[in-house]
Design a protein around this ligand. Structure first.
Ligand SMILES: Cc1cc2nc3c(=O)[nH]c(=O)nc-3n(C[C@H](O)[C@H](O)[C@H](O)COP(=O)(O)O)c2cc1C
Length: 451
């Protein structure tokens, strides 16, 4: 078997407690310089793409805006448009929600990024649908959970129809005939369950035709959506066992859509801590964890899971002896227990705490902040390679702990080892993000109509 290449990506981390904003080396979480520094570092490491997440509503805890995490990030497509001017090769991936937007607008903005960047655009289609977020759009509670992916799939198909509505040669710019564009260019008509639109699409497609599609969301419906339509899954499975299980499950879903396993790359979100020796790395990992999960954060996340006030409990003491409150929500905008359900999450956490003799704070660190890779550069490079070669993933999205310098050590000390091992490119060989990911050119469905 030929060795697999590792697909590397990086994100300026999402709004969560693992971002150490109080670190003396932390810079602005908003200024363009921070984004530019991180994106350029990833490009120096010849990464496939730079990724930005999206949070459409600030979290609230016990009725107040939760003030322990970084709050407020600028809008992704605008930031990436600016980054396209200060980078040359790296892909630029924006998270844009399919529930609270419209296909025409999103298709136009993503195509525009593909033009600006010379074919480096990607769109991460997320499906957050909750009423709390929806209030910001006068759409509180407008979409049932069951419809989040039917809308996402139709949204994406509609966007693809718009990107396909222009064909090669539609730009004439023929001074002799006075014809600038072909008469039928951009014409579309879509009628479906969620969207009923027709007209002319105003933006010709960029160099990739169809930009790269990313999916993040781990339900069965989410995996099916990705198997049918996505090029990349941004996953949460960052340990070998669950990584392999998810990988097998997702790749097995591809055949029924006429797709091959390599048509969909699976890349989990991961973090790392380096040291010159294994002991030093472990010590630094402890320090990082202490900064990420302070006593208030530990209690806050405990209260979110338990659905009740736990302020009388010592974060450095044992887990609460009281039961969770089934339907109660003390933290809005957090999806801590969404995938397992509250009861299962609490049972799972109690089990881990009992087995390891963990305090509240140690448990929260273990379940929400454990770095994926800890060790010397050599150990980390080997562990990354094992993860990919054993089909637990096709690569990684690195989420640094500190903005904007947290990627430097990885690029300076680990990436050269991966290059020596022959599992990561020494130079970019293509110009588009599809090239970096080793994806075929986008399928282009020509419309039948020719006026
Ligand atoms: C690794 C990962 C990253 C995600 N990032 C975002 C994000 O930035 N913004 C967002 O609104 N939802 C994000 N999500 C949420 C999912 O995209 C999805 O909307 C949600 O989990 C519901 O889908 P599901 O039931 O398939 O999980 C992320 C999910 C995962 C697994």
């Amino acid at each position: 078997m030929p060795v697999k290449q590792i697909h590397l990506a990086a994100q300026l981390p999402s709004v969560q407690h693992t971002v150490i904003w109080s670190d003396p080396h932390a810079g602005s979480q908003i200024a363009f310089d921070s984004f530019a520094r991180l994106a350029r570092t990833a490009e120096r490491g010849k990464f496939d793409f730079f990724f930005l997440s999206e949070g459409l509503r600030l979290r609230e805890h016990k009725g107040r805006v939760h003030d322990l995490d970084v709050a407020g990030r600028p809008e992704a497509l605008t930031v990436l448009g600016a980054l396209s001017a200060v980078t040359t090769h790296i892909g630029l991936a924006a998270t844009v929600n399919s529930t609270f937007n419209e296909p025409y607008d999103v298709a136009r903005r993503v195509a525009t990024l593909d033009h600006l960047s010379g074919g480096r655009a990607a769109w991460n289609v997320v499906t957050s649908y909750d009423a709390f977020t929806g209030e910001n759009f006068r759409r509180g509670g407008f979409l049932d959970e069951a419809d989040r992916y039917t809308r996402a799939a139709e949204f994406l198909h509609t966007a693809q129809e718009l990107w396909d509505s222009w064909r090669p040669g539609d730009f004439r710019a023929d001074a002799a005939s006075g014809e600038f564009i072909r008469a039928g260019a951009g014409r579309f008509a879509h009628r479906g369950q969620h969207f009923d639109i027709s007209g002319r699409f105003s933006t010709p497609p960029g160099p990739q035709g169809r930009p790269v599609i990313i999916q993040a969301g781990d339900s069965a419906e989410g995996r099916e959506f990705a198997a049918a339509d996505a090029d990349v899954i941004f996953s949460r499975h960052s340990d070998l066992a669950s990584g392999r299980a998810a990988y097998r499950d997702v790749k097995a879903r591809l055949a029924k859509y006429g797709r091959a396993p390599e048509d969909l790359k699976i890349i989990p979100s991961v973090s790392y801590v380096l040291g010159d020796t294994p002991a030093e790395a472990a010590e630094r990992a402890e320090e990082v964890a202490r900064a990420q999960v302070g006593p208030e954060t530990a209690l806050m996340l405990m209260e979110a899971a338990w659905g009740r006030d736990l302020s009388g409990y010592d974060p450095d003491g044992p887990l609460p002896d009281v039961d969770p409150v089934p339907e109660s929500v003390v933290t809005k905008g957090h999806n801590l227990y969404r995938s397992r359900g509250r009861d299962e999450t609490v049972r799972h956490w109690r089990k881990i705490a009992e087995e390891g003799g963990l305090s509240i704070r140690e448990l929260i660190t273990e379940v929400t902040a454990r770095p994926t890779f800890v060790g010397t550069p050599r150990q980390v490079a080997d562990a990354m390679n094992e993860f990919v070669q054993s089909d637990a993933a096709d690569g990684f999205v690195f989420s640094p702990n500190v903005v904007p310098g947290g990627l430097d050590e990885l690029v300076d000390r680990v990436v050269p080892l991966l290059q020596e091992m022959g599992v990561h490119r020494a130079e970019y060989t293509g110009g588009t993000l599809r090239d970096h990911l080793g994806l075929r050119p986008a399928r282009h469905h020509h419309s039948e109509e020719t006026p």
